[in-house]
Design a protein around this ligand. Structure first.
Ligand code: SAM
Length: 214
């Protein structure tokens, strides 16, 4: 696993990519990521999740899928204003905030029982400090890819690499390789429960994003 810090992008990059990527605007059922979101949703249902905090939530497609599958509570965080505005319009039943999740204080501000990172951790260098902010005992499910991209600071050549990187933060941690239908790419599905003990890397004095009324 090699790391490319220079590929970490800011919100303007993601706003621009959103405006140029029609699939981010489509109904979730038409997205090339539908099958992956569906697998993550299955895990949330199996885990009995009722209140999901989605870090790097994007334009609301996964939120719409969870809404349609009956999830009662959801809060999405993303630093791209264009994506969050779209999410608010397409999924008014849930709440969203424009937040840089690396620098803001979201860990204990909302009564979530599950945290989600779908195709997000590979976009940030500080993935480990970020995950350490998930509250102890919360269920976690996420995905990371096996392929490089303009905005991927890392990718994983094998499930074992992802296991090694993230297992220290979670109990009952597993990694499952999910190949896409074309056999081109593999997504590693990460699942576990945030470990009860362990030092927090939470930054002091970072700004909060407010607490939704769920
Ligand atoms: C590949 S997209 C995935 C979006 C969504 N999870 C999905 O599955 O459709 C990565 C997302 O991470 C967001 N992002 C990247 N860095 C971020 C940060 N520091 N804080 C909040 N969001 C961030 C981007 O704006 C983008 O929406």
């Amino acid at each position: 696993m090699d790391e490319r810090p220079e590929r970490e992008r800011g919100p303007a990059w993601y706003d621009d990519a959103f405006s140029r990527g029609p699939h981010w605007h489509a109904d979730y059922s038409q997205s090339p990521y539908y099958w992956l979101w569906d697998r993550v949703a299955d895990r949330l249902v199996e885990a009995g999740a009722r209140a999901v905090l989605d870090l790097g939530c994007g334009s609301g497609q996964f939120a719409c899928l969870l809404r349609d599958r009956g999830l009662p509570h959801y809060h999405g965080l993303d630093f791209s204003p264009a994506r969050v505005n779209h999410a608010r319009r397409s999924c008014p039943e849930f709440s969203f905030a424009v937040v840089n999740v690396l620098t803001s204080d979201w860990g204990g501000l909302w009564a979530y029982d599950a945290a989600v990172c779908v195709e997000f951790l590979e976009h940030v260098m500080d993935d480990l400090p970020l995950l350490s902010k998930i509250k102890p005992g919360a269920y976690f499910v996420g995905t990371v890819p096996n392929f490089a991209y303009d905005s991927h600071v890392r990718h994983f050549a094998a499930a074992a690499e992802a296991l090694t990187r993230y297992k220290g933060l979670f109990d009952d941690f597993t990694v499952e390789a999910l190949p896409d239908r074309e056999g081109q790419h593999v997504f590693y599905l990460l699942e576990g429960r945030r470990r009860q003990t362990g030092a927090s890397l939470h930054p002091r004095g970072s700004p909060g994003f407010g607490s939704p009324s769920v």
